[in-house]
Design a protein around this ligand. Structure first.
Ligand SMILES: Cc1ncc(COP(=O)(O)O)c(C=O)c1O
Ligand SMILES: NCC(=O)CCC(=O)O
Length: 428
């Protein structure tokens, strides 16, 4: 595999951008090679600057559930651009988007559009603090809620990959208001409430954690969080930035029936353009300015292009049976990968839920941050490099999730399995 152009561009990028990237997870540090610089993509295929083609399981980290450059999404963006790229005033697409989100999520009566998942979670906790008149929040080790100060403690994703527990530059006065608990461990949450129950504004949780690899929250855990929030008068925030419209038309809350007070969204609702949203009960959302006094704003919030791409994406998901088809494709793919590992006597854990999956190299069950940390990340790095060589593009870090999209056909899955088989044969 020739990556000369990628390597040259990365050298230049290193001079001009911190770490040569605009987001740390793109740097490939933990998989021990320089990053690829991508040129174009279509369907489930992505092509780098050296014209190497890969079957893509990153999907821009989740948004591209329809695959790259889906014709209807591209058409919606182009038509929208002809009519103006931003008005700084409300457009009808924002209202249509709000309607689709409120219809899809039983817990969302009103919604505010923002520009990223980070803005959504940051704003949701501000709102929860204002609503309850309390300051503390509970977050879980290994969950990632974007890069706002309050969340950068034992966060998942790039921080977990880098092995860092705190970010310099975040005042301790802020992290002092964040209580860390263990994922899937209700007892750790009960203890936090026993100690600080009257000061806790909200619990924020990924109901299916996708930033320490893939670790679904157990039913007992999520029900327990709901009950504790009820008992102590604090808000439950489901961060569905990844899971929103990923596992069904709606979120994990539609599947489990466990209803949060606030929900944060991003990724898929923007169809590949920058977006985020937070929403919930009217009585809470009405505290947001200008209806209420909780200030939150944005020059490009509800941007027409992002709304156009998101609306086109959501309507396809709503009106088709793609979720069932992705379930079958993902089940088949992970089953085949399992067989390849089994045949070689490798130790592994594969987690899958709908079109999300993750391969861990460990002998033990993975259910939280500590158990995820025990995985053999060196082995993942080797596996990563070998499958990349065979034209398979996985997330360049152990603690991220792979995504199957609607554009992955059975033929792509066969090719993927054959590629992984060749890669594993070289790893012996
Ligand atoms: C669960 C979750 N919440 C929030 C975010 C932050 O979203 P963004 O990267 O759009 O700021 C992410 C991003 O990966 C995420 O996975
Ligand atoms: N699961 C983590 C992400 O999706 C983050 C992507 C990024 O920050 O580039």
């Amino acid at each position: 595999m020739d990556t000369t152009k990628s390597d040259q561009l990365y050298e230049k990028a290193l001079q001009l951008m911190p770490g040569g990237v605009n987001s740390p997870v793109r740097a490939f540090h933990s998989v021990g090679r320089s990053p690829l610089i991508m040129k174009k993509a279509s369907g489930c295929r992505i092509i780098d600057e050296d014209d190497n083609e890969y079957i893509d399981y990153v999907g821009s980290w989740g948004p591209l559930i329809l695959g790259h450059s889906h014709p209807e999404v591209v058409q919606a963006i182009c038509e929208c651009a002809q009519e103006g790229t931003s008005f700084g005033a409300t457009c009808s697409k924002e209202i249509e988007m709000a309607e689709l989100i409120c219809d899809a999520f039983p817990s969302i009566e009103k919604v505010r559009m923002v520009n990223s998942g980070t803005e959504a979670t940051m704003s949701a906790i501000r709102l929860a603090r204002a609503f309850t008149g309390r300051n503390k929040i509970i977050k879980f080790e290994g969950c990632y809620h974007g890069h706002a100060d309050a969340f950068l403690i034992k966060a998942g994703s790039g921080m977990l990959t880098a092995g860092s527990q705190l970010s310099p530059g975040v005042p301790s006065a802020i992290t002092g208001e964040t209580i860390l608990c263990r994922y899937n461990d209700l007892e750790s949450v009960e203890e936090a409430f026993r100690q600080s129950g009257a000061d806790i504004a909200a619990i924020i949780v990924e109901p299916v954690a996708g930033n320490m690899g893939l670790i679904p929250g157990t039913r007992e855990f999520l029900v327990g969080l709901r009950e504790l929030c009820n008992n102590y008068g604090c808000l439950l925030i489901f961060d569905e930035v990844i899971t929103g419209f990923r596992l069904c038309y709606g979120g994990v809350q539609n599947i489990t029936g466990i209803v949060p007070d606030l929900t944060t969204l991003g990724k898929i609702i923007g169809g590949g353009l920058p977006v985020g949203a937070y929403g919930g009960k009217k009585e809470i959302m009405d505290l947001v300015a200008p209806q209420g006094e909780v200030y939150q704003a944005g020059t490009l919030s509800g941007n027409p292009l992002a709304m156009a791409a998101g609306l086109a994406t959501l309507k396809i998901l709503r009106d088709t049976d793609w979720y069932d088809r992705m379930e079958v494709i993902s089940y088949f793919l992970t089953g085949k990968i399992r067989s390849l590992f089994e045949a070689r006597g490798m130790y592994y854990v594969i987690k899958r839920l709908g079109s999300m999956f993750c391969v861990f190299f460990t002998e033990d069950e993975v259910y939280d941050y500590e158990s995820a940390m025990k995985c053999d990340t060196q082995k993942y790095a080797r596996f990563y490099r070998e499958v990349l060589q065979e034209g398979i593009y996985l997330p360049p870090a152990q603690f991220e999730v792979s995504f199957v999209s609607c554009a992955h056909e059975l033929e792509d899955i066969y090719q993927t399995v054959a590629a992984i088989e060749r890669a594993l044969d070289r790893m012996k």
